[in-house]
Design a protein around this ligand. Structure first.
Ligand code: GAR
Length: 196
């Protein structure tokens, strides 16, 4: 059984979707939920599910990303994950960290990559006049929101969408996509999952 650590910064709805999928004949189980934010709602939602939690606050490191990442790495080494899932983890990771987990670390990003890397993806898609949006799960490399694509889900953009209404629609698709990709990946299959 593959051990999965989930890193998050916020509400943790993707963590919930992943954790609740890892039951029965699923090839993986959660071993840790790790956050840079002690107030992240996802920590309580993990604890409710009996998943071990840990916090590494980035602020005391005052921009020393290597030292922050060493602290993350120490928590991960205690939990011994086979796979690390970034799920709304809002800190940029350097090559020093991503190289250690290359081929074993996944991220979900709220756009159809390679479009709209970075932040404010939904506002940018609407401003561009796109008619389709979506989300992407990819392997994490040193380049931001890059790396081999493991799955995408598409949703329509409505003429009256705001960034908030579009974000809600994409988030629902994230909750279908990420568990589907993790199940396949944990089973050793990196064929992309395409939904919608
Ligand atoms: C999700 O929409 C995820 O794709 C996005 O943050 C949200 C987290 O929601 N991630 C990024 O923007 C990464 N740069 P959640 O905490 O409810 O899973």
């Amino acid at each position: 059984t593959a051990r999965v650590a989930i890193l998050l910064s916020g509400g943790g709805s993707n963590m919930v979707a992943l954790a609740d999928s890892m039951v029965g004949d699923h090839p993986a189980r959660p071993c840790l939920v790790l956050s840079n934010n002690a107030d992240a709602g996802g920590l309580a939602r993990a604890a409710e599910r009996g998943i071990p939690t840990a916090i590494v606050d980035h602020r005391p490191f005052k921009g020393d990303r290597a030292a922050f990442e060493d602290a993350l790495q120490a928590k991960l080494e205690t939990a011994r994950p086979d796979i690390v899932c970034l799920a709304g983890f809002m800190r940029i990771l350097t090559a020093g960290f991503t190289d250690r987990w290359q081929g074993r670390m996944l991220n979900i990003h709220p756009s159809l990559l390679p479009k709209y890397r970075g932040l404010d993806t939904h506002a940018r898609a609407i401003a561009a006049g796109d008619s389709v949006a979506g989300c992407t799960v990819h392997e994490v490399t040193a380049a931001l929101d890059d790396g081999p694509i493991l799955g995408q889900a598409r949703v329509p953009i409505a003429p009256d969408d705001t960034p908030a209404t579009l974000a809600a629609r994409v988030l629902t698709a994230e909750h279908r996509l990420y568990p589907a990709v993790l199940r396949r990946f944990a089973g050793g299959d990196r064929t992309p999952v395409m939904l919608g």
